[in-house]
Ligand binder design. Structure first.
Ligand SMILES: [Zn+2]
Length: 455
């Protein structure tokens, strides 16, 4: 089984390599060839030829930070960031988080994955840190079930919080775990779902939620487990907590994490907007990556993340949507545009120039793949996984933009769902439908699950 995308107007193999008037041949899970006139050669049996005239084909987007469950807690006036302090916001939203059930987590995941796929995302990382005791132990398992239904690659970050409110955290008791419980479930999930092989559809990262809401022991044990199992580590850092960490431990977050060994080429932090130049330099020195989530910066960040400095230092940068409680959409395509625009806003205050628009496409593809430790995704070339999305640019929307496909996503922005998303050689979204799935039915079930926990 395979596909020939015939006569693509452009194939954006990577942010730096754009080929015009090409065919793309996909066989099995991988890209077999990219070149002109492939249809004139004998094609493997069972190859479906797709007319791709006018199409721009891009590598699938890679999301490096999300909280799927928050799709059930968005667009709510009573949670308006601009009218609440962070503490007031946390006091309002955590009791809602603590109400969610296993069914709600599952359907929230369905909603989040659908939005990602419709907008070109082919690999999704989720940071699931909310484990209310009443919701049972199968929340991440159900996420893998939802990902398998859609056919999207899922990297599941098993999060968790261990510090009680009485010792300075913001976590309701219902959501709190012990370090032993957290580590045991990480180990169970790694053994059950982590596939480190090529074209892997499922991986697990050890991802304690935040240093401020965990005992030090939780981070120490996370490092031990992840290195023992050969999986990645992830957490939030530099999102406003550094002064609290300084007061509590005598160290700001980056120093604290380094002192534990929670840094390195197998680690990435979400956010990092409050980090000093020195701290960014420390991350560069250890090879620690960053998931830059631009849209929460508008709502939550006291300052705009210094992407030009990170770029100049050679940090590994991926993009993320973050949870929809601090970004009311979960659309990574949208975030490529907003990430670029956000940097333009602060360009005159920076020591380094804003990276070119195509560089932001790089962060959302190759950069994300690197952050997630994947060598088989992130750009289009023979032998790479067939993860891609396509936009039919024969629309008025694209007149005036078509001369520079690599810059289009960041500089212009793509508002509508893409025309096709392919993951691992399988078409999972095409012409407004999820082949083999009934979106109306998924919608009804998700709405019902939402109303059961939110009404
Ligand atoms: Zn987050």
């Amino acid at each position: 089984m395979g596909y020939l995308l015939k006569g693509c107007a452009a194939v954006v193999c990577s942010a730096n390599v754009v080929l015009r008037d090409q065919d793309v041949l996909v066989t099995g899970r991988a890209i077999a060839a990219i070149g002109p006139g492939l249809s004139q050669w004998p094609l493997p049996a069972g190859t479906e030829v797709i007319d791709a005239a006018g199409w721009f084909v891009y590598p699938g987007l890679v999301n490096t930070h999300h909280h799927f469950f928050q799709t059930f807690v968005r667009n709510r006036a009573e949670l308006d960031w601009t009218k609440l302090s962070v503490i007031e916001w946390l006091d309002r939203i955590y009791p809602i988080f603590a109400r969610l059930t296993e069914e709600a987590f599952y359907h929230a995941t369905v909603v989040a994955l659908a939005e990602l796929i419709k907008h070109g995302c082919t690999t999704a990382f989720d940071h699931q840190y909310n484990f209310p005791r009443h919701a049972g132990t199968r929340i991440v398992d159900r996420q893998f079930e939802a990902a398998e239904m859609f056919g999207i690659r899922l990297h599941a970050g098993r999060g968790g919080n261990t510090l009680p409110k009485s010792e300075g955290s913001t976590i309701p008791e219902e959501m709190r775990e012990t370090t032993d419980e957290f580590i045991a479930d990480c180990e169970r999930l790694i053994d059950a779902y982590h596939d480190a092989g090529p074209f892997s559809m499922g991986q697990v990262a050890v991802a304690p939620c935040q240093p401020v809401n965990c005992y030090k022991d939780t981070f120490v044990e996370s490092v031990r487990l992840a290195r023992d199992k050969g999986v990645l580590l992830h957490t939030h850092a530099g999102e406003g907590e550094s002064p609290f960490m300084q007061a509590r431990t005598g160290m700001r977050t980056v120093d604290y994490l380094e002192s534990i060994g929670f840094c390195g080429p197998d680690v990435w932090y979400a956010h990092c907007w409050e980090l000093s130049q020195g701290e960014l330099g420390q991350m560069a020195a250890t090879g620690t990556g960053v998931a830059h989530c631009p849209e929460p910066v508008y709502l939550v960040g006291a300052e705009v993340t210094d992407i030009p400095a990170m770029q100049a230092l050679g940090l590994r940068i991926g993009l993320g949507v973050d949870g929809t409680a601090s970004n009311d959409n979960g659309n990574l395509m949208h975030c490529v545009h907003s990430a670029y625009m956000l940097q333009c806003l602060t360009a005159s205050t920076r020591s380094h120039p804003v990276p070119e628009p195509a560089r932001f496409l790089h962060y959302a593809t190759q950069g994300g793949a690197d952050v997630l430790g994947r060598k088989d995704i992130g750009h289009l070339a023979p032998g790479m996984a067939a993860d891609l999305f396509a936009i039919d640019t024969r629309r008025l929307d694209y007149v005036g933009t078509r001369h520079d496909p690599a810059s289009l996503i960041a500089k212009v922005g793509v508002g509508m769902p893409v025309d096709m998303t392919m993951i691992n050689g399988r078409i999972v979204w095409r012409d407004g439908h999820f082949p083999g799935l009934d979106e109306r039915d998924l919608f009804r079930k998700a709405e019902a699950a939402l109303h059961r926990v939110m009404s």
